[in-house]
Design a protein. Structure first.
Length: 355
């Protein structure tokens, strides 16, 4: 197995150059303060996001621009995959499953709306990705399927076929894609974690740490949904959340869901590993939504500190690649959030809270 310098010297330089071109906080703030969607788009003119301005000017469609963003983001992964050392290429490739799974979920939702809910999907089909990401998926066959058996058949030999088979009865029983979509997300993280077994000891440790923090964020987001919209029992919640979180273990998830001593939930972890965040836990949250949001904000700050630790630390690990992907995905999410807020004339102070 090649040494760290041989594996990461070239890609480290390329990734850091890309990180330096990420949108500044000042640009995002200016977009938030923009008086219109057109003005906000104009601020992206000399950035890698200028395609949004071009597409909107030609079509008046923000969603088509967002689809192009997804394509560009996938292109970033594929480009970096070409430059990484063969020892880490399979792991980087596994990250692409996120985009394929998200697109698959969108396709299945269109099938569900068309076939089960009897809704028109004529407009929505234009905003889905038909290009290959990891597997050659027949998106048209999925969207236009008569039933979930047909979707499972169309997905062969991709690994998602067996997941559809396993959950198809539950989908029809519940009248919801909820459990199926959760299973697809579980597959993504399980597959990604399995790929870390092929990394060096140091790389595996860095990868599991960042993946674990991301799983914490995903779990807290789900827990908020479970509590506020599904009223699930605790046993069901513990069964549905993703294992392998870095800071939120089963006990903390249990306490989080029951909202017992919210400010103390992460106090031990924060004091030990992230002392600079202790003051955040002194904030007063009056209702359950505010309490969950407080925990989410703390976890977001933990992610930022983990990325900062990698960027200023030893440069020749998988961490630099993962950090860039996380930063890039967050950048795209923030841009989309701001532009959609402008389209619907959401107040500036609300947009601040959304990003």
């Amino acid at each position: 197995m090649a040494g760290p310098l041989a594996k990461y010297a070239l890609i480290n330089a390329k990734v850091r150059a890309r990180i330096s071109k990420l949108l500044s906080e000042e640009t995002l703030q200016r977009m938030i303060r923009a008086g219109s969607l057109e003005e906000a788009l104009g601020m992206l003119h000399d950035t890698p996001f200028n395609v949004l301005e071009e597409i909107y000017a030609n079509t008046g469609e923000l969603k088509l621009g967002e689809l192009e963003l997804v394509k560009n983001e996938i292109g970033v992964y594929m480009t970096i995959e070409k430059y990484v050392h063969k020892d880490t290429r399979d792991f980087v490739h596994a990250l692409l499953y996120r985009y394929e799974i998200d697109n698959l979920k969108n396709a299945i939702r269109l099938f569900f709306d068309r076939k089960i809910r009897k809704r028109s999907i004529d407009e929505a089909v234009h905003y889905i990705l038909y290009d290959k990401v990891v597997h050659n998926l027949d998106i048209d066959a999925i969207v236009n399927a008569d039933n979930l058996d047909d979707i499972a058949e169309a997905l062969k030999p991709a690994p998602y076929s067996t997941i559809i088979d396993e959950y198809k009865e539950r989908v029809m029983q519940d009248g919801s894609l909820f459990r199926l979509e959760m299973a697809l997300d579980h597959f993504f993280y399980k597959n990604l974690i399995n790929q870390t077994n092929n990394l060096s000891k140091r790389d595996r440790k860095e990868a599991l740490r960042l993946i674990g923090v991301e799983i914490d964020l995903q779990n807290i987001n789900w827990i908020m949904r479970f509590k506020n919209f599904y009223s699930l029992k605790l046993d069901d919640v513990l069964d549905l959340v993703i294992p392998s979180g870095f800071n939120l273990g089963a006990q903390l998830i249990q306490e989080t869901y029951s909202l017992q001593n919210v400010t103390g939930i992460l106090q031990g972890v924060v004091k030990k590993n992230y002392p600079g965040l202790s003051t955040m836990l002194t904030a007063h949250a009056q209702d359950s939504s505010s309490r969950f949001l407080l925990i989410e904000r703390v976890l977001e700050q933990i992610m930022k500190q983990e990325i900062h630790r990698i960027l200023v630390g030893y440069p020749f690990t998988i961490g630099i690649i993962l950090s860039y992907f996380i930063l890039k995905r967050n950048e795209v999410k923030q841009v989309r959030t701001v532009l959609n807020a402008k389209q619907y004339a959401i107040a500036e102070e609300r947009v601040e809270g959304m990003i």
